[in-house]
Unconditional design. Sequence first.
Length: 382
Amino acid sequence: MTKTLTLIVSTLGLALTACGDNLAPAPDAGPVDVASGPPRAVVVAGDFGAGNPGVLTTLDPATRTVMTNVGPAMSVGDNPILRHFGKELFIVNSNDGNNVTILDDQTLKLKEQLGTGAGSNPQDVAVVGNKLYVPTLGTNGVTVLTRGSTATEQIDLSADDLDGKPDCNSVYLVGTLLYVSCGLLDGFDRVRPGKVYLVDTATDTVKTNLTVTLSHKNPFSLFEQIPANAPHPGDLLIATTEDFGTTGCIERIATGATPSFAGCVVDNAMLGGYPTRMDFEIVPGLAMVWSAVSIPPTPSAPPRADLRGYDLMTSSLSSAPINPATEVIGEVVHCPEGQVVVIDTTKDDNGLRVYENAAEKTAAVLPIGIKVSFSPHGLACY
């Protein structure tokens, strides 16, 4: 680990289409209580609206061994996102599936699939006991699901929105409070700063006195929580992008007794683009925010997206992208053994790459079983 720190610090010094129905657990897919296996990365990906099934693929980050298409049928749609809670994987299938699919994180067996409703377009998920809280673009806020049931409830967050659909894109649970980020768009127009609403999960009521206004329009990434042993532990980060360019920042939400906007961690202008995904590497002396940063296209340049590192302890941004310009990094996750796994979205040559000690360990891209694309939050490593 000392070698890893030295190199990174020196760098810084400068399946079938998901159908939307509720599926019961498979007969042998009840609660599993087994020892965790060796570290693995899991990726879900689709082809963004073409109606084809998505894929679930695993990677051993140490040996760089890939197992493609290992998810259950009907578990991954064409635009999925992935969250990992406890010993379960939660796949949110957006408007092609309108459901949340739950898998055991070791066996990858189906445990349950819960529909969010036709046209709901789910975006993220948080878990409280047997309840799932899902921000849904096609509704007035957050859809609440109950495991073992087909019932749904709604938490209305539309009071500040003109069209009744507040465009809520992410949720995160801190204690008993659910943080919900909403863009408050008018159609597709970004006209006002985003807001973060607080919901008391004991009563499923909105704490209107705790609403936080972001500094920029259009919260775009999903919430990520700063781990312990880093500056501002427990606070939430979310990326905003007003123009899908350099206006916006990685915004910090303080999660103390009085939740509040706590400033921009790093501006998009410094990054040269907007973050699509963030993850953390916390070791003694280093609190790294890894970011996949999409760079605005130009007529004379091919698509580009960079892997950047920002150290929260020193407030230092890597002086240059970690990846070569030939790689288009759309997604990133840090693994328990120190590897950083990314998705290279280069056209006709996309897949996984592995970095360690700020250097790439893969000689070529590792295909994941689908040619087209990725999800901006489709990676987990545990």
